[in-house]
Design a binder for this molecule. Structure first.
Ligand SMILES: *Cc1c(COP(=O)(O)O)cnc(C)c1O
Length: 297
């Protein structure tokens, strides 16, 4: 493997905050500030992508995402930082020929070549033929290193084990918002005995636990660590931010002076607040919320 230099600030800071919605129940809330690891490969995307950048060893990167994908932006930024060619296959052919939204404009400004595909072709990448056809149609370079949607390959999951390792001995429960579940799968594997991981699904559909098991098999050959998933806090689905959640996030920002990313982090913090209120954590619990990202732009 060639030397790939994308230094990040790890271990990321772990800071306790005072919030009576938790302290009232004897719970200590700590923020694991992964949002401070890297300015362009934000949060868990640094942990997930750096191992693939090393494995790609200078080859072009091809990956997939929706119109607001944090993963696409991180991949494009990595391409700029390392001088790699990047191709982003974007879900939704209706986006082609229109003005780019700010997220895709950032990808393009970082040098990513965007290729828009219709939703059924995009879904086909998970089918029996895999992404081969999409890659051909996108004109992806034949030697490209392909990173799956959301960045969750075995390398990413193993990279996220370090997140758990950084929390060993410091907390009782480590909670993270989940899209693909790759971060949860890795974090749970890295935690020590007596610790447990909690994943909050931001998509609806109930497939998260199965995905975490699959990703742990891919990364480690079998199950690792103690973890569970909460499916009650998706607020209607991916990227849905109903008024109640928006109000919760603004209030959290006012209380704690922290920019709350809406798609993932707001749902995590809201879920933990409700769970604490329900008495889900015994008094004395040290509860870490992983701040996996920050608001864009
Ligand atoms: C991508 C992302 C996640 C989800 O990570 P998975 O490993 O796909 O579960 C969580 N939070 C933020 C801010 C993200 O950008």
């Amino acid at each position: 493997m060639s030397e790939v230099r994308v230094p990040g600030r790890v271990p990321s800071p772990l800071v306790e905050i005072a919030d009576e919605r938790f302290s009232r129940h004897g719970v200590r809330l700590l923020l694991k500030r992964d949002d401070l690891i890297h300015p362009a490969l934000v949060g868990n995307k640094w942990r997930k992508l750096v191992p693939s950048l090393e494995a790609a060893a200078g080859r072009p990167l091809v990956t997939f995402g929706g119109a607001w994908s944090n993963h696409l932006r991180a991949t494009a930024a990595a391409g700029r930082l390392l001088g790699l060619e990047t191709v982003g296959i974007v879900r939704g052919d209706e986006l082609a020929g229109r003005e780019l939204n700010p997220s895709l404009a950032r990808c393009a400004a970082d040098g990513m070549r965007l290729c828009f595909v219709d939703r059924s072709a995009y879904r086909g990448k998970a089918g029996p033929e895999g992404p081969a056809r999409l890659l051909r149609e996108a004109g992806a370079p034949p030697d490209a290193f392909v990173v799956p949607e959301g960045g969750s390959n075995g390398l990413a999951v193993r990279g996220c084990a370090a997140l758990g390792e950084e929390l060993r001995g410091l907390v009782d429960v480590a909670a993270v918002a989940c899209g693909t579940g790759g971060t949860l799968a890795g974090m749970a594997a890295g935690l020590g005995p007596g610790q447990r991981a909690l994943g909050v699904a931001v998509l609806k559909g109930g497939f998260l636990a199965g995905e975490v098991r699959r990703l742990q098999r891919e990364a480690f050959g079998g199950p690792r660590g103690r973890w569970e998933v909460e499916e009650r806090f998706h607020h209607g689905g991916f990227a849905r931010v109903p008024a109640g959640l928006e109000a919760f996030a603004r209030d959290f920002e006012d209380r704690h002076g922290l920019g709350v990313e809406r798609v993932y982090v707001a749902k995590l913090l809201h879920a933990l607040t409700v769970l604490a209120g329900e008495g889900a954590f015994p008094p004395g619990t040290r509860l870490a919320a992983v701040v996996t990202g920050r608001p864009f732009p």
